[in-house]
Ligand binder design. Structure first.
Ligand code: SF4
Ligand code: SF4
Length: 463
């Protein structure tokens, strides 16, 4: 990437060290028309009009709400700068309810998920009430991003959180080595992570996503071990979401060169450290799934949100476990062929009536098998049944079946000021929701707007 700033001159930055892989992600991009709730006018130009403004292309699908900037840790790599600013941000329960109501009122589709974050959201004793409020407003997925410390130490509090209706725990998890934790978190927190997982298991929870921050020379040799840890705790762990370390303007050029890691670096390391069990070609960019939402839209005659994030923002795959081995879905399903086929059927449905719809559904049911290699498919997975269930009007229960038999492995490369790309941020689907009713794309918030907004929303504290 090359860019020129009137004040600071010319910049060049490596986005990927593998041009072919970069082009592959571009080739797999999918676009779709989206309905986006507009809050602000275009005035100064992107990224200064965030709100969302008329130029934004993807609706709020995942929404972050910071519950506090207090934290029970002081990680050197925290982009929320919790505690370091000597200012307190902690919206009241009523303020949070208003944000949730605003979220739930978005037409035609409210955001699919809310993630309560911070700081450390478990420092709030009213977290269970906040989760209940979100649940009562019909928000489908309620997640809490946590370092796990309080859940490890306070099972009674954890039980209250579970009873309130939480769906998923986004658990900070940087590896298995004490050294990684010492570097990122200031001390070895691995025993606490294990205790959190043990407590969740004891209380019957099954939806933990491990969230490793990844940096060169710190834990980039542990990616395979983290995946195998997920496999070995498959009863509780549903996914791993690797996050290359983002610097949010707080690191020198030398530090950035030393520690930064790109999506291509990451998938190559995963391939090497799993001995090819998961290869870089098994990963697909986020918008690759758009043909599915488009198809469901035509099938049901309803407006669907399309996850049209930029293809260079993140990649993901689903893996299954067969006799202790990891098998990515792409090893037994021709996903590219199937999605292409789905697109063709969708075009026919869109241009026809009810009878055309039934004909196309029958065709899919008949031909679906030709995209699956049954020999390689795990024995307890019946993808044909799941597809039939979805096509016949079932939804969540069939997708849940798939979800609980697989491990999601993904990565999202949040941007920094030095590699900030307007084409990417305009397509962002992950937004911070603020008390004034605005929604700000995640990377734009952390790289550009956070400091000013926090000045307005925080109050000074003595620490
Ligand atoms: S990031 Fe989106 S909402 Fe923000 S200014 Fe750019 S187009 Fe508008
Ligand atoms: S959060 Fe950043 S990396 Fe993720 S979709 Fe939005 S712009 Fe892309």
């Amino acid at each position: 990437m090359e860019k020129t700033c009137q004040e600071h001159g010319f910049f060049s930055e490596i986005l990927s060290d593998d041009a072919e892989y970069y082009k592959r992600l571009q080739r797999l991009d999918q676009i779709a028309e989206n309905s986006v709730e507009i809050t602000t006018n275009t005035n100064k130009g992107c990224p200064y009009d965030c709100g969302l403004c008329q130029d934004h292309l993807t609706p709020s699908i995942f929404v972050n709400i910071d519950l506090t900037n207090r934290c029970n840790m002081s990680c050197p790599v925290c982009f929320a700068s919790a505690g370091a600013t000597k200012r307190l941000y902690e919206p009241s329960f009523e303020d949070i309810k208003k944000i949730l109501e605003r979220m739930a009122s978005i037409k035609p589709n409210p955001p699919f998920a809310v993630q309560f974050s911070g700081g450390e959201p478990t420092l709030r004793d009213d977290l269970p009430e906040i989760i209940k409020a979100a649940k009562s407003m019909g928000i489908s997925q309620i997640q809490v991003a946590t370092n796990g410390k309080r859940f490890a130490k306070d099972p009674d509090y954890l039980k209250k959180v579970i009873d309130s209706g939480i769906n998923t725990y986004y658990l900070q998890f940087d590896g298995l080595n004490p050294s990684s934790y010492k570097k990122f978190r200031g001390y070895d927190t691995f025993p606490e992570k294990k205790k959190t997982i043990e407590n969740l298991r004891t209380l019957g929870e099954t939806s933990v996503v491990l969230v490793p921050t990844v940096s060169k020379g710190v834990n980039d040799q542990e990616l395979g071990d983290i995946i195998y840890f997920g496999r070995d705790n498959f009863d509780v762990v549903r996914g791993i979401n690797f996050q290359p370390l983002s610097f949010s303007g707080r690191a020198s050029q030398e530090e950035i060169k030393k520690y930064r890691i790109t999506i291509t670096d990451l998938v190559k390391l995963i391939e090497a450290q799993t001995n090819g069990e998961i290869g870089k070609e098994d990963f697909y960019p986020i918008p690759f799934v758009v043909p599915v939402s488009k198809f469901v839209e035509s099938l049901r005659g309803i407006n669907m949100p399309h996850f049209t994030a930029h293809p260079q923002c993140g990649v993901a795959t689903y893996v299954f476990v067969k006799s202790g081995k990891l098998i990515p879905i792409t090893r037994f399903v021709d996903v590219e062929g199937f999605f292409e086929y789905l697109k063709e059927r969708n075009e026919k449905i869109s241009s026809g009536g009810k009878i055309r719809k039934s004909i196309e559904i029958s065709k899919i049911l008949k031909n679906m098998g030709s995209f699956i290699d049954k020999e390689k498919m795990p024995k307890d997975l019946n993808l044909l049944d799941i597809t039939k269930g979805v096509l016949n009007g079932g939804g969540k229960e069939y997708l849940a079946k798939l979800h609980h038999k697989s491990l999601f492995i993904g990565t999202m490369h949040f941007m920094d000021p030095f590699n900030f790309d307007l084409d990417r941020v305009k397509r962002c689907a992950i937004h911070y929701a603020l008390p004034d009713g605005s929604f700000i794309p995640f990377c734009s918030y952390n790289s550009i707007h956070r400091e000013n907004i926090e000045k307005k929303l925080t109050t000074p504290i003595d620490v």
